[in-house]
Design a protein around this ligand. Sequence first.
Ligand SMILES: NC(=O)c1ccc[n+]([C@@H]2O[C@H](COP(=O)([O-])OP(=O)(O)OC[C@H]3O[C@@H](n4cnc5c(N)ncnc54)[C@H](O)[C@@H]3O)[C@@H](O)[C@H]2O)c1
Length: 437
Amino acid sequence: MSDVDPATELLRRIADRTARVVVIGQGYVGLPVAMRAVAVGFPVVGVETSADRVAELRAGRSYVSDISHAELGHALERGYLAFTDLAEAGPFDVAVVTVPTPLRDGVPDLSHVEAAAEHLTRRLRLGSLVVLESTTYPGTTEELVRPILERSGLRAGTELFIGYSPERIDPGNDDHGFVDTPKVVSGVDEPSLRCVEAFYGALVDKVVPVASAAEAELVKLLENTFRHVNIALVNELAMFAADLGIDIWSAIDAASTKPFGYMRFTPGPGVGGHCLPIDPSYLSWRVKRRLGRTFRFVELANDVNEHMPDYVVTRAVVLLNREARAMQGSRVLVLGLAYKAATTDWRESPSLVVVDRLLALGADVRACEPNMPIRGGPFEPPVPVVPYCREELAASDLVLLLVDHPEFSPAEIAAHASLVLDTKGILRHHTFHGETL
Ligand SMILES: NC(=O)c1ccc[n+]([C@@H]2O[C@H](COP(=O)([O-])OP(=O)(O)OC[C@H]3O[C@@H](n4cnc5c(N)ncnc54)[C@H](O)[C@@H]3O)[C@@H](O)[C@H]2O)c1
């Protein structure tokens, strides 16, 4: 063993790109991290429990919208490989954990994080760095992950380095990507912070160090709770504005001209994805558990946003009713099943709730979705998926636009659909028969 202290040795390996990197979880977060680490010259492997996903990765087929098949192909040429088992992945110096953190009956489910930490513990070596990226409540890295990793016999800060760095990727966002979005980094002690900072400093343009892992965990929840609450605010306003006969979209456009103190959020059929419907509840759970208090903003935002799919269905029923039609038996074309534009992610998608309600009312529903999840994935479409085309638009009694995918042309919808409910406001500068939310 060399006399150099483990932190100095790890920093040297990070600097000369010989540090071996393993990314645990090859999903929407983990795959981009792995691809970026390959691109800057690290030897990288991915570990992914889904055999379907590993097969896709090995075949060079990316299921994450932000990673092209070509980018994955280049990574494979440079030695990147995915495994279902950490035991097969070989030794590592840096482990990044990007596994799911869902809610189970409204309570944080950290079983994936625990399982990943247990597996890593058995393979840690002197001077390894482990960074958690999964979104979670403040305290997870220190109180849950660290004790598991220290069961290896290695002490954090001298023999083992541990940190937390929240992921900020926004799938489908062409303006800001992984590299140019500043990355918040933290460590459970000063040597750990230095190692985490050096590793991410090699991956992104700017790192933002904060004082503790708990602070970094809170940063992520603050950002997502901020979005969740503001979306709920415009959603509630949209419902009132409709009853008051005021165009909420024009009001938002006008408010958005204010160059300071206002940030634009727009209404929609509800919130989805892995973040907004879940992360704020991690924070409110922690506040309740630790302080015995209720995080009222989160509760209220959940209440408003969860009501939106029902509100959309009610508006659709009223719209059809004005045409002397019942929802029962009407042919409804739903545009978009993903939780937002330009993503293959259907998790917690409000569209799926809307479709459920329409089916329960006896509608004849079909959907257009240009971004289908991977084969064998958890989401089979609940209704027939048909091509997005004029014929389908024209043959429907109601077109319900739920996702503003770029493939959906406002001009075409306006010209060919006989009746439209546009929940994303994309038709508002066109002449069409129907309403915006
Ligand atoms: N998707 C986003 O936009 C986003 C953004 C920021 C943060 N996050 C957070 O990042 C984390 C991961 O989210 P995601 O969207 O990438 O989820 P994902 O489901 O797309 O990917 C996670 C992957 O981890 C795999 N996995 C689970 N347990 C594992 C284990 N023990 N070992 C190896 N693989 C395992 C799963 O099979 C899955 O493929 C979550 O905490 C999420 O809240 C997500």
